[in-house]
Design a protein around this ligand. Structure first.
Ligand code: ACO
Length: 308
């Protein structure tokens, strides 16, 4: 059985920056409240999910020194596809000249880690190269008149090229989970906007991230002290802080980009990961813990050894 290695990475965000000050002009809120309660200072808004996915995917292929014709499958983690049918990944496949298959994966904000684990299974059983992308345009399902939601979300994309390798590879352990009895605490019906019980999501998020992270660490045969960088889903800085505290890891070891991008759902983990890679925060041999939660509820964690 083959393992996986990460050989390319890239991101894309819309050029339009929406600051807290801009939101405060039309909503009964303030920069001070938003920063203190969420850690968000600004977010990017605009474009389409396919356009962002294509840009991030192309950047990841460039880093890997590959073209679309080298890729066997594109997995696009998203909750905000361009339309309901068909999926958005075939648009990405066509634009990048990918010769293999294309599938969308919706596990809300856990989608990117679900995609990583799915890719690992497919690489183990015969595929050679997979382009994994998390891309969202949450702005189109956000009620911009509701101050409790509008301040949180943003648009963006992040991508990884994953290649099969002989031996166990870089994914050392993982955990996927779901609790569909919590559907109503965070959802968006057809033609509607996101509805959320923020306090309940917050409470459950910290618990499932910690439990799931601990399972992934145990299956990888490592402890939290071995982890060089935690790459958490970026929903609220206070959720990241609480999860780090309960995991027993210093907050300084967490990748944080929520101040610049807000919550970008499936895109938030790759945006935070690539930011750390590009700022030189990750060295060869480092152990990374990716952990996320989202609507469903779903949750997912993975321990990766950075081998580049
Ligand atoms: N500006 C000013 N005041 C506000 C705002 C705002 N933007 N939003 C809410 N308030 C007010 C409330 O009305 C309330 O006022 P009251 O005390 O007079 O009733 C007060 O602030 C406190 O509100 P809370 O909801 O208790 O605020 P809290 O500290 O819980 O923060 C938040 C709210 C930011 C939504 C938080 O609960 C949170 O981040 N929850 C998790 C959200 C999340 O992770 N969602 C995941 C989405 S993932 C996906 O799949 C898309």
């Amino acid at each position: 059985m083959s393992g996986l290695v990460v050989t390319g990475w890239g991101t894309a965000v819309p050029s339009r920056v929406v600051t807290n000050a801009e939101l405060s002009a039309t909503l009964d809120t303030s920069d001070e409240w938003i920063v203190e309660r969420t850690g968000i200072k600004e977010r990017r808004v605009g474009s389409t999910t396919s356009a962002l996915a294509i840009e991030a995917g192309r950047a990841a292929l460039d880093v890997a020194g590959l073209t679309g014709s080298d890729i066997d499958l594109v997995i696009l983690a998203t909750t905000t596809g361009d339309r309901i049918v068909p999926a958005t990944s075939p648009t990405v496949q066509d634009a990048l000249g990918i010769s293999g298959g294309a599938m969308d994966l919706n596990a809300a904000c856990s989608g990117f880690v679900y995609g990583l684990v799915t890719a690992s299974g497919l690489l183990a059983t015969g595929l050679s190269r997979i382009l994994l992308i998390g891309a969202e345009t949450l702005s189109k399902i956000t009620d911009w008149t509701d101050r409790s939601n509008a301040i949180l979300f943003g648009d963006g994309a992040g991508a990884l090229v994953l290649e099969a390798t002989e031996g166990p590879g870089d994914l050392l352990g993982w955990d996927l989970g779901s609790d569909g009895s919590a559907t109503n605490i965070l959802r968006c019906e057809h033609g509607s906007t996101i509805e959320m019980d923020g306090k309940e999501v917050f409470r459950r998020a910290v618990r499932v991230m910690v439990e799931s992270s601990n399972l992934a660490l145990e299956r990888a045969g490592v402890s939290i002290d071995d982890i060089d960088l935690v790459v958490p889903h970026q929903a609220n800085l206070r959720i990241i802080q609480a999860a780090c505290q309960r995991l027993g890891v210093s907050e300084e070891r967490a990748a944080v980009v929520i101040d610049r991008y807000g919550n970008t759902s499936s895109a938030s983990i790759p945006l935070a990961l690539v930011d750390s890679l590009e700022s030189g925060r990750v060295s060869s041999g480092d152990l990374l813990l990716l952990t996320g939660f989202g609507a469903g509820m779903t949750w997912a964690s993975a321990v990766l050894r950075w081998a580049r």
